[in-house]
Design a protein around this ligand. Structure first.
Ligand code: ATP
Ligand code: MG
Length: 354
């Protein structure tokens, strides 16, 4: 039996990258699961606070993320859908793992650098970067984010973690941490998990197609939300950054903007075409204007998101008590699994009374 875990930060309404790279694959796993598979999908609010968050906005975003879960087809009868901060064992295991996690390895992770807009060779221990007047200080929580993520996963003896490509490095860290930990305590306490990367592994920003689409990008035109209206979808795609080359052709290196649009269209029609190149060849060509391409992509996105958008609005009209009731019930189940696993880990380490 498989134990599948993944998480998403309540840092805004999910966008196309979250949908194609994570949420939609989660639903596929859920609907194709064997009876003894176990699935957990968490709104990882403790990760969200590694960047400063407004408390009422965080609350709102958590609610919207829960509504998004339901809207895309995650089902609390089939999957455990809960908020990370409702299960204290995540933070407790994180401390335990922190005592085995390597600072050197963490310092090579790219995410804290990109979240602080630092170059990929930035060194957290180099005080000359933090001496710069306006440079924000690197916070311990942002630096050790991958340790909490490892705890999230290892807490449930997860076997499979479905994520986008940006998380592959963190997953490798989690696997190595599990192996090191098992080695030092002489028991197979932790299970090194497998990463499942979605075919839509990296949807790019519409405004800067060499960067991934992100919830926390300050430019709202850089992403399409799963709740965007038809008009908004068309408007954002119309102003998406492309190039001045004639016609439509697919090449991620030389035409990142155009290729990103073709990729997006392809991921909604994976059964009809063998590749984005083939889609571009079959539907478009040297005669097609970029305006026509954009129209077609926007129509496809709108068509496929319409149902999700309507389901989101329905879910948001659920009373607060009803929604938190469902989330709490799931959190209870998660708590039982987590505390039993954590107890075994602590006992092996000599922590806690017998
Ligand atoms: P933030 O900017 O706040 O980090 P995010 O958009 O990166 O938000 P996360 O909550 O960090 O979203 O990630 C949730 C899941 O979505 C992860 O599995 C991640 O790999 C996936 N994901 C995020 N962005 C993309 C993208 N552009 N393409 C494909 N998958 C993505
Ligand atoms: Mg992210």
């Amino acid at each position: 039996n498989r134990i599948i875990f993944s998480g998403i930060q309540p840092t805004g309404v999910p966008h196309l990258g979250n949908y194609l790279g994570a949420l939609r694959p989660w639903v596929k796993l859920q609907d194709g699961a064997a009876p003894d598979d176990q699935l957990l999908f968490s709104i990882v609010d403790l990760h969200a606070i590694t960047i400063k968050q407004d408390s009422s906005l965080l609350r709102q975003w958590r609610k919207e993320m829960f509504a998004s879960f339901l809207a895309v087809g995650l089902d609390p009868k089939k999957s455990i859908l809960y908020a990370q901060s409702d299960v204290p064992a995540h933070a407790e295991l994180m401390w335990i793992l922190s005592c085995s996690a390597s600072m050197g390895y963490l310092s090579r992770m790219t995410q804290w650098k990109s979240k602080m807009s630092l170059p990929s060779n930035a060194n957290p221990f180099d005080t000359s970067t933090s001496k710069k007047k306006d440079a924000p200080a690197l916070k311990l929580g942002l630096f050790s984010y991958p340790v909490l993520q490892a705890a999230d996963i290892l807490l449930y003896k997860t076997t499979h973690v479905p994520v986008g490509e940006d998380q592959a490095q963190h997953l490798e860290f989690a696997r190595e941490l599990a192996i090191t930990f098992n080695h030092s305590f002489g028991a197979e306490l932790l299970v090194p998990p497998q990463t499942i990367i979605s075919p839509a592994k990296r949807v790019m920003s519409l405004a800067e197609p060499t960067k991934k689409m992100s919830k926390s990008d300050p430019d709202v035109k850089s992403r399409i939300l799963i709740t965007d209206t038809k008009e908004k979808i068309h408007k954002k795609i119309r102003v998406a950054l492309t190039d001045s080359i004639q016609g439509v052709s697919y090449n991620r290196e030389t035409r990142p903007g155009v290729s990103n649009l073709i990729d997006i269209m392809y991921h909604f029609q994976e059964e009809q075409f063998t590749s984005p190149e083939q889609l571009a060849q079959d539907l478009f060509g040297p005669e097609t204007s970029l305006k026509a391409l954009k129209e077609k992509v926007a129509d496809t996105v709108d068509e496929h998101l319409r149902e999700v958008r309507e389901a989101f609005n329905n879910a948001m009209s659920m009373g607060d008590a009803e929604m938190s009731g469902v989330a709490r019930e799931s959190a209870n189940t998660a708590n039982q699994l987590a505390s039993s696993n954590l107890k075994t880990i602590k006992a092996q380490m000599g922590l806690g009374w017998d």
